[in-house]
Design a protein around this ligand. Structure first.
Ligand SMILES: [Zn+2]
Ligand SMILES: [Zn+2]
Ligand SMILES: [Zn+2]
Length: 295
């Protein structure tokens, strides 16, 4: 996949860098048909959910990542044209900032790649809630990395300005919370359009503002971990809505709906399948790696 610099110049663009649940595809220890195929044919692998916001209005594009997935090295490489190292032609520079939604593996698992054993980023601005930053800071194994980052605490509903007409606002959402650290969705306001990034939420009915927040953006990337309880042998998922419920609640909104954070069991991974077609017929799309959304 070639995301060349010219695609981003003169505007602000969101780029989808991955659409899988935290464990990615293939999933550790899984021999389901999707995973077996991806183990056998690595080109069928798919990266964990991550979104980049690229401000290409300056000579040097500014790259902000929403979440640091375990696939971050591949995801940074997708942006190689945008991340030239200032002095070493054979290296990439780190992104300009990383915003964390929450502290589950798929959303922070890429951070160690920025530490001294790998990329050795210095002064990287890392934005997270006080709860998530606290969990990271109190964990000794993270210290070699965290000593060299620049921590910034995010506050509910308070926008962080990234550039002219470009801001990111954290919105708390209910999601499995082992440390009382909370989970954010991010509302990204660009100069022309707005986007909601919401990879993880437990249940729509546990978040009464859902409809109003979705109605207030031009596009929304939403948690579509499980299509139905068929994937869970009839059990209700502990920490994610089902795709049919998401469609039933929001499909009438004018918002462009894009599904992301798919579990390896999700039948939406079959792009020629009936479930995929059902979603398309409803006017909703499954996000894809490399997808660009103008902001
Ligand atoms: Zn997740
Ligand atoms: Zn699997
Ligand atoms: Zn999570």
């Amino acid at each position: 996949m070639s995301l060349t610099l010219d695609l981003f110049l003169g505007k602000v663009t969101a780029v989808v860098l991955g659409i899988m649940q935290d464990g990615g595809l293939p999933h550790a220890g899984c021999r389901c048909p999707h995973c077996a195929a991806a183990f056998a044919t690595p080109s069928q692998a798919k990266y964990a959910a991550c979104l980049a916001i690229v401000d290409g209005r300056r000579d040097d594009p500014v790259v902000t990542l929403l979440d640091a997935s375990p696939d971050i090295k591949f995801q940074l490489n997708m942006l190689a044209d945008l991340l030239p190292h200032p002095s070493r032609a054979a290296r990439l520079r780190p992104p300009d900032a990383i915003f964390l939604t929450h502290a589950h593996m798929g959303h922070i698992g890429g951070l160690p790649q920025l530490g001294p054993e790998a990329m050795n980023a210095r002064g990287l601005p890392l934005f997270a809630s006080a709860g998530v930053m606290g969990v990271l800071m109190e964990t000794a194994v993270w210290q070699p990395l965290l000593q060299h980052i620049q921590p910034h605490i995010l506050h509910d509903g308070q926008p962080v300005i990234l550039g002219d007409g470009l801001s990111i606002t954290p919105i708390p959402v209910p999601h499995r919370d082992e440390w009382g650290a909370g989970t954010f969705a991010f509302r990204v306001q660009g100069p022309n359009r707005s986007l909601l990034y919401l990879p993880d939420i437990d249940r729509w009915d546990a978040w009464p503002q859902a409809r109003a927040v979705l109605n207030g953006v031009d596009a929304a990337l939403l948690d579509a971990c499980f299509y139905s309880t068929d994937e869970l042998a009839g059990r209700t998922p502990v920490a994610h809505p089902l795709v049919n419920d998401t469609l039933a609640r929001f499909v009438d909104l004018p918002t462009q709906l894009l599904l992301t954070h798919l579990n390896h069991t999700n039948p939406l991974l079959d792009e020629v399948g009936t479930h995929y077609q059902h979603v398309l017929d409803a006017g909703v799309n499954v996000a894809y790696r490399g997808q660009r959304i103008d902001l």
